[in-house]
Design a protein around this ligand. Structure first.
Ligand SMILES: Nc1ncnc2c1ncn2[C@@H]1O[C@H](COP(=O)(O)OP(=O)(O)OP(=O)(O)O)[C@@H](O)[C@H]1O
Length: 266
């Protein structure tokens, strides 16, 4: 679980996508996508409905195979054939449905699917490990013996994120982690994302909420109609982001660009 176990340093390039395209029959979901993710950074992936965010995440999660392009992972070209392979290589995904078992407690959910793990932990060891991890993440879970059904939306998201960290992934992808959460719970999840980043994981955050994105992202990658449409930082204005997302031509960015061109033109 330690950083050293995967030999990762903040700033290391973990993932590099070049020219990634994905066709579903006649539909082009992704075209010529570029994306870099470094250790210890939060890259937000934003775009309107149908922009290709889910397709890109599923491609990295080993669910979809790209039709064209290359994926470099830790400096080597890789093929992510299956979800199992992506996970094993250190690319974890927390999908929107969270895949938690309502009737099981936090410990059971954390270790669900890890039955074939090398640790072979007993109940007590699992409980200790669950507590340690949640404490490291400063997660506000009342008790690890609490069934998921009694937790809030933010706490469920926390459990799902903690579970994905058990195998110490290099990359963790979060699909709309704050959707349907209230203000306080959203703040809790955003804090958690920062702590995940501080542990040196590369975080890919999909969100429709620009406030959340601007609060935690180091870089904001905009997709539009399946293509890259700019890389921004939280220093960019809301209008600039919205313009890139919607492709609006008459907006502050286009006006500013026009002014600059006019000045340069004399
Ligand atoms: N399995 C599939 N078969 C056919 N077309 C698909 C499939 N999955 C996605 N698409 C299409 O690919 C395009 C990109 O969809 P995708 O779900 O990746 O967008 P998105 O940015 O995640 O949108 P949303 O925010 O609505 O989830 C859309 O036109 C969609 O209809």
């Amino acid at each position: 679980m330690t950083k050293a176990s995967r030999g990762r340093d903040h700033g290391d390039l973990i993932l590099r996508l070049r020219g990634i395209s994905k066709q579903f029959g006649a539909i082009t979901a992704l075209e010529d996508i570029e994306l870099d993710v470094h250790a210890g950074e939060v890259v937000a992936l934003v775009g309107d409905n149908g922009a290709g965010k889910s397709t890109l995440v599923k491609t990295l999660a080993g669910v979809h195979q790209p039709t064209a392009g290359s994926i470099q992972y830790l400096g080597k070209p890789v093929t992510l054939d299956t979800p199992g392979k992506a996970l094993e290589m250190g690319i974890a995904t927390v999908f929107q449905d969270l895949s938690l078992c309502e009737n099981l407690d936090v410990v059971a959910n954390l270790f669900l699917g890890h039955e074939l793990n090398p640790w072979r932990l007993n109940e007590v060891q699992m409980e200790v490990r669950a507590w340690t991890l949640l404490q490291e993440l400063a997660a506000r879970i009342p008790s690890v013996r609490e069934p998921i059904a009694s937790l809030s939306g933010g706490q469920r998201q926390t459990v799902a994120i903690a579970r994905s960290l058990l195998l110490d992934p290099h990359i963790i992808m979060l699909d709309e982690p704050t959707a349907a959460l209230g203000v306080a719970q959203t703040a809790e999840v955003l804090n958690l994302i920062e702590r995940v980043r501080d542990r040196g994981h590369g975080v890919i955050l999909i969100s429709h909420n620009m406030e959340d994105v601007r609060a935690v992202a180091d870089r904001i990658v905009v997709l539009r109609l399946g293509r890259n449409n700019g890389v921004f930082t939280p220093d960019n204005t809301h209008e600039e982001l919205v313009a890139a997302i919607t492709g609006a031509t008459e907006n502050s960015v286009s006006r500013r660009t026009a002014r600059i061109l006019e000045t340069q033109g004399g």
